[in-house]
Design a protein around this ligand. Structure first.
Ligand code: 2AM
Length: 172
């Protein structure tokens, strides 16, 4: 039976230059586990979960109406969680990031789209099932945030893949 829903989320796509630098740094930590591919690095703004495919056009229109200026995200913390998950985070999330996520969430709620209501937990996942905890590490990555995107999370035999369904620039 055809599944008429998609598992969706809005996120910041990590630019290729930043993603390459972050992956090289991560790989040098040699912590084992399952590394996320550079092209999959992102920071989730709002997680929508399963949504009808029929809502995609509405979601794209809603995203096109967002007004937000570019900003720089400083990823300067390495954190570890359950299941050997390892992520980078900003120790001081910029107000512009919080505003962008809040604006999206407000528009989604106004349109009657159910989404995860938990507070934003800005993080960029790097590795799952890490075999070791990282020793002291001092990451310092400056990510120029110039766009946000809508993604579908798709199960595949080789693990989850993210497919980009739309991308919108941030403008000053
Ligand atoms: P993670 O990397 O910490 O797993 C696609 O799954 C994206 O949405 C990932 O960034 C994932 O975060 C996040 N995500 C998955 N399930 C979520 C949920 N229930 N609430 C919020 N974010 C979620």
């Amino acid at each position: 039976m055809r599944d008429d829903t998609l598992r969706l989320f809005f996120a910041l796509p990590c630019p290729p230059e930043s993603a390459a630098a972050i992956c090289a740094w991560r790989d040098a930590l040699a912590l084992g586990g399952r590394a996320l591919a550079a092209e999959h690095l992102h920071l989730t703004l709002v997680f929508l979960g399963q949504q009808p495919r029929a809502r995609l056009d509405e979601l794209r229109r809603l995203a096109a109406g967002i007004e937000a200026a570019p900003f720089v995200l400083h990823l300067d913390r390495l954190d570890a969680g359950r299941h050997g998950l390892l992520w980078l985070a900003p120790s001081a999330p910029p107000a512009a990031l919080e505003r962008l996520a809040a604006q999206l969430r407000e528009r989604l709620q106004a349109a009657g789209v159910d989404c995860d209501g938990r507070p934003l937990h800005p993080h960029l996942s790097l590795l799952r099932h890490a075999a070791a905890r990282p020793a002291e590490a001092h990451p310092d990555f400056a990510w120029p945030v110039e766009a946000f995107a809508l993604y579908a999370s798709l199960p595949t035999p080789r693990g989850v893949r993210y497919r980009e369904l739309g991308r919108w620039p941030l403008r000053a």
